[in-house]
Design a protein around this ligand. Structure first.
Ligand SMILES: CC(=O)SCCNC(=O)CCNC(=O)[C@H](O)C(C)(C)COP(=O)(O)OP(=O)(O)OC[C@H]1O[C@@H](n2cnc3c(N)ncnc32)[C@H](O)[C@@H]1OP(=O)(O)O
Ligand SMILES: Nc1ncnc2c1ncn2[C@@H]1O[C@H](COP(=O)(O)OP(=O)(O)OP(=O)(O)O)[C@@H](O)[C@H]1O
Length: 695
């Protein structure tokens, strides 16, 4: 088909898409030069306000998305989005950006003919890899998978010869069921729910969640306008001014001019520093704001609405859902959650949204899990090469990892399909995945290279555990052994705390032993619950990372378990770790909570016991015959020697004082003491009981 005829046809299809309120996915295969000139002609014949471009060769009027962070795309919109796959194909950014295209808009993928694309996807053509993976281990599995999926989608496919229409055009969108200014009935419900946060009881926040383009931000703006008109003061915050733009636009459209000033947009960091108050705080794109910030906002404002998307690939992660919502359960048990399903930016059966969800396995399985503790459970192992013929299982594993792990992104799917060093072990019943583990085979590093890593002269990709053992722990000889690193473990949420995670780790230990793996290791953002889980399974802490994860405020911990290797080495590393942790706690880990610190540290055998005279001093303190200041050094040493055997009521405040070097005022607030004397009275009471046998 001549290009002019093709362009005329495309224009017609675009009009049809606009009428049906959908976006048009167009996949154009050919040579880069031809496609770029066709795209230029196409863009000169259609009308658009905003053009987004992913990849090189962006025209001057385009917003280039390359290098943007995924979360920066939330809440922004465009009419045309061109993905130039000739200059790389970052799957997470491709998925995140597709949500920006408005109805009647075009999503244009420029790519080599599929057969050629597939052939070229080898390390020699790194720019064409579907994800910037380690070229040495790349196998092309993800690209094969994505191309197979893509060809089955309801999209327009164009090559040099011809263009094929959509397989099916969706039916006309449902007529409007809402009262203005809302567009959908669900949006109207959301507006009512937000109003109720102001009129109902205090401390009952609302969490409004939805996929992209469901009208969350608009609902915030519409409600704010109603409240402002009634004289209420509202603060709106968001990760960036751009993310607040839609809410502000809808607010301005609906608020009487005289009440415009009743809403203020304040960036979240500025809001934390100020002492401003309001009748309602609206937080848009909340999942892209660090959890500790959200927690502080929750302390400050008694009426809050959080609106957010939840997908990991959007750059916000599921951390919001997994961690912040747990926090809400504890702090504000009356909180409510509302989800909006129906899209507004485009219609329900939008082919582009379906394409993205299908090709990147982003749909959460809606099947009910049927599980019986009595029936047989099998443990199965999968490698990268096994997935192409088993997409159903891949979907289950990826959904479970996304559901349970806040960092899961599409690049993890790519790694599963591409990286031969990764294996997945599942627990299954009736072909349903109940739990899974992602393991990376590491180590076996030649001694010479391990020594260079130890000296800090080299780094090796894909060997995080081995690298850390050689570099951080100065144990290069361990990096030369066969190691397995457990990258992720997840149990179906409904089946957690029933022993499945333990069972899975037990199976992995057995497998590791059979394959003569010397050590098993793992690294994750540490919390008291997770630490307990791993400790109960025989893993010992050997290193705590010095910086905390921005989103979760958690420190990353490295744990090790001997399999066929000498257990004494791990014991030794664990002892050293406890000792070092003790010495550095105050300076390095200001955010580590006391309970966790106590759980992490191990007894410190080289602290001298108290002499008889010192014990007597302590006893006199208990009888109120010695001032605290005098016995403080003695008490500190006694605490360090015995902390692991002390009751938590005593251990926790002493830990704050002596390890974390809390100030007295901070300590009193943290533990709810009226004053220093009442804290000292508690200390005396406990210590008297504990030392009575010793004197
Ligand atoms: C490297 C990483 O991936 S770390 C991240 C781990 N994964 C996640 O956080 C995802 C969500 N959580 C899960 O999928 C699961 O809860 C897992 C994998 C953490 C644990 O698996 P489960 O099957 O729930 O644990 P299991 O029942 O075997 O628990 C064993 C022990 O761990 C501890 N434990 C596990 N979960 C918890 C919890 N939420 N709170 C307190 N203790 C816990 C308990 O001590 C328990 O022993 P007990 O039953 O005698 O009290
Ligand atoms: N009631 C409404 N009236 C007019 N336009 C609306 C209305 N609700 C939503 N829209 C429009 O629909 C589009 C999507 O809405 P909005 O941005 O609020 O959705 P969202 O769920 O916040 O999306 P994202 O996750 O991309 O931020 C926007 O262009 C918005 O202006």
């Amino acid at each position: 088909m001549p290009v002019t005829a093709l362009l005329a046809q495309l224009q017609q299809w675009q009009q049809q898409a606009a009428q049906l309120h959908i976006r048009l996915p167009v996949i154009w295969q050919g040579s880069q030069d031809n496609l770029l000139s066709h795209a230029a002609v196409l863009l000169s014949t259609i009308s658009y306000d905003k053009l987004y471009w992913l990849g090189t060769e962006a025209p001057a009027d385009a917003v280039n998305l390359t290098g943007k962070q995924n979360y920066q795309l939330l809440g922004s919109e465009c009419d045309v989005l061109v993905v130039n796959a000739f200059s790389g194909f970052n799957a997470d950014l491709v998925a995140a950006s597709a949500g920006c295209v408005k109805a009647g808009g075009i999503w244009l993928l420029l790519c080599p003919p599929f057969a050629k694309w597939q052939q070229q996807a080898n390390p020699a053509h790194k720019s064409l890899l579907p994800y910037p993976l380690d070229a040495a281990t790349h196998q092309g599995g993800f690209l094969s998978f994505w191309l197979t999926q893509l060809q089955q989608q309801n999209a327009l496919f164009i090559n040099e010869q011809h263009a094929t229409e959509l397989l099916s055009w969706p039916a006309m969108a449902q007529p409007n069921q809402a009262t203005a200014p809302c567009i959908t009935a669900e949006q109207q419900v959301a507006v009512k729910a937000i109003l109720y946060v102001v009129s109902g009881h205090r401390r009952r926040p609302l969490v409004l969640t939805a996929d992209r383009g469901r009208g969350k931000s608009a609902a915030l703006g519409i409600t704010a306008a109603q409240l402002a008109a009634a004289g209420k003061q509202i603060i709106l915050t968001a990760p960036s001014p751009q993310a607040a733009a839609t809410a502000l636009t809808h607010f301005s459209q609906h608020v009487p001019a005289a009440q415009q000033s009743n809403l203020q947009f304040i960036p979240f960091d500025e809001l934390l520093r100020s002492t401003k108050t309001a009748d309602l705080l609206l937080v848009d794109e909340a999942a892209a704001i660090p959890t500790p910030v959200l927690q502080q906002l929750l302390q400050r404002f008694s009426r809050i609405v959080f609106a957010t998307t939840e997908h990991g690939y959007e750059g916000t992660g599921r951390g919001f859902q997994l961690r912040f919502q747990q926090y809400l359960n504890q702090q504000c048990p009356g909180w409510r959650k509302l989800q909006i399903q129906q899209p507004i930016r485009y219609q329900q059966a939008d082919p582009l949204e379906q394409l993205i969800f299908n090709c990147f396995l982003l749909r959460q399985s809606s099947n009910e899990l049927t599980y019986s503790a009595k029936d047989k459970i099998s443990a199965l192992t999968y490698q990268a090469k096994d997935w192409l013929n088993n997409t159903n299982k891949l979907q289950q594993v990826f959904s479970l990892l996304s559901l349970a792990h806040y960092q899961t992104q599409i690049k993890d799917l790519a790694a599963l399909l591409d990286n031969p060093r990764l294996q997945v072990v599942t627990l299954e019943q009736n072909s349903q995945v109940l739990a899974c583990v992602l393991i990376s085979s590491e180590g076996d590093i030649p001694p010479e290279l391990a020594h260079q890593i130890y000296l800090g002269e080299r780094r090796v990709q894909g060997h995080l555990l081995a690298q850390s053992l050689a570099f951080h722990l100065a144990q290069p000889e361990l990096a030369s052994l066969s190691l397995w690193r457990i990258m992720r473990i997840a149990v179906q949420p409904a089946l957690q705390k029933q022993g499945l995670g333990t069972k899975l780790l037990g199976f992995i230990s057995q497998q590791a032993e059979q394959q003569n793996i010397r050590y098993l290791g793992t690294s994750f953002g540490v919390s008291t619950e997770l630490l307990q889980f791993w400790q109960r399974n025989g893993y010992q802490a050997i290193r705590l990372g010095v910086s905390s994860d921005k989103a979760s405020a958690e420190y990353s911990i490295l744990m090790l378990k001997p399999v066929t290797a000498d257990g004494e080495v791990v014991q030794q590393l664990n002892r050293q770790f406890g000792h070092n942790l003790f010495l550095t706690l105050s300076g390095q880990y200001p955010l580590l909570n006391t309970r966790l610190a106590l759980q992490l540290a191990t007894p410190l055998p080289d602290i001298p016991a108290l002499t008889e005279a010192e014990l007597k001093q302590l006893a006199l303190f208990c009888r109120n015959q010695r001032p605290y200041e005098l016995i403080e050094p003695i008490l500190q040493r006694w605490f360090c020697k015995h902390y692991h055997a002390l009751p938590p009521e005593l251990a926790a405040p002493l830990c704050s004082l002596y390890w974390q070097h809390s100030s007295w005022p901070a300590l009193l607030t943290q533990y709810g003491f009226n004053n220093k004397n009442s804290a000292l009275a508690l200390f005396r009471q406990h210590i008297a009981k504990l030392i009575s046998a010793a004197i």
